[in-house]
Design a protein around this ligand. Structure first.
Ligand SMILES: [Zn+2]
Ligand SMILES: [Zn+2]
Ligand SMILES: [Zn+2]
Length: 170
């Protein structure tokens, strides 16, 4: 039985936050989520991991690895690429960051996905914001379509480009 996720849970951020929203709160909330998750798992959010996540939390648009490096370098010494990649790998393994394949970029995640959850990335072509939707119905449809041809899906992800609710107005 898949649990249906709802957006009305208290404190759940909007999928597409309005322009001019209190983003400081968004990013500090997300950092708090990351810290809590790391300590839950007995992992350490080291300073480079925190810096990389902080760069991704600067806004709601995905960033490429080099852009992340540039941003981290603005606040301190330039990190080696391998250091940034390792930090990204750690953040991905702990469900704090997703990779957006079609953009070759990364985006911070504040949701907790169950294993085998299908994540639908909604990518706005105008502002570049990436929202997430998760649907157990889509997940089971994809699973049965794959099973019908004897395929075992590992990390099902769907990327949908379009126009977000704010860019679509006016
Ligand atoms: Zn925000
Ligand atoms: Zn996510
Ligand atoms: Zn938009």
């Amino acid at each position: 039985m898949g649990r249906t996720k709802t957006a009305h849970d208290k404190g759940e951020p909007a999928v597409f936050p309005a322009p001019g929203h209190d983003h400081d709160r968004c990013s500090s909330d997300a950092m708090a989520v990351a810290e809590a998750r790391c300590s839950e798992r007995g992992q350490r959010l080291t300073s480079i991991r925190r810096d990389v996540l902080g760069a991704l939390l600067a806004n709601h648009q995905p960033l490429g690895a080099y852009e992340i490096m540039e941003r981290v370098a603005r606040a301190g010494p330039r990190p080696a690429p391998i250091t940034v990649y390792r930090a990204l790998e750690f953040l991905r393994e702990n469900g704090l960051v997703h990779r957006i394949e079609s953009r070759n970029a990364f985006v911070a995640c504040v949701h907790s996905h169950a294993d085998g959850d299908l994540v639908v990335f909604l990518i706005c072509e105008r502002c570049g914001t990436v929202g997430e939707a998760s649907s157990s119905e889509v997940a089971s449809t994809v699973k049965s379509a794959a099973a019908a041809v004897g395929f075992t899906p590992k990390s099902p992800v769907i990327e949908v480009t379009g126009i977000c609710t704010h860019c679509g107005k006016g």
